[in-house]
Design a protein around this ligand. Structure first.
Ligand SMILES: O=C(O)C(=O)C[C@]1(C(=O)O)C=C[C@@H](O)C=C1
Length: 117
């Protein structure tokens, strides 16, 4: 390939077909991930409102520790890097906590601290 683009014009048609087949599956998986994340955030939004209504802290480190241990074990069984699974969960949970904090602030209860681990 002479340019930096990732086009496949000069590639064997069989290779191009295999790449297209794999990319179709990747696109389906990415769509499933987006839909699953959307459902997860719908649940966590409800958790955020519940916590705000009952003055519960946005973050629950003990719950997170259990989630991480569980996800790392699932990842190992699935032959996925457990460190990646943990980073991915932490990334999502950090965003959820930001949402919870915003919901708490908007409901006039923005001072809650984290629960003890
Ligand atoms: O389970 C909760 O208490 C949540 O607020 C949800 C959630 C999560 O996204 O899974 C987010 C923040 C908490 O620190 C722990 C877990």
């Amino acid at each position: 390939m002479t340019t930096s683009d990732t086009g496949t014009q000069d590639v064997d048609p069989a290779v191009r077909a295999e790449l297209a087949r794999l990319r179709d599956s990747i696109d389906n998986i990415d769509a499933a991930v987006v839909h699953m994340l959307a459902e997860r955030f719908k649940c966590t939004q409800q958790v955020g409102h519940l916590k705000a209504r009952h003055q519960l802290p946005p973050a629950d480190p003990a719950r997170e520790a259990r989630q991480i241990a569980r996800l790392r074990a699932l990842a190992e069984d699935a032959k996925l890097d457990p460190a990646f699974a943990e980073k991915f969960l932490n990334f999502i949970v950090a965003e959820v906590i930001r949402h919870h904090e915003r919901i708490a602030e908007e409901s006039g209860n923005g001072t809650a601290a984290s629960a003890p681990a």
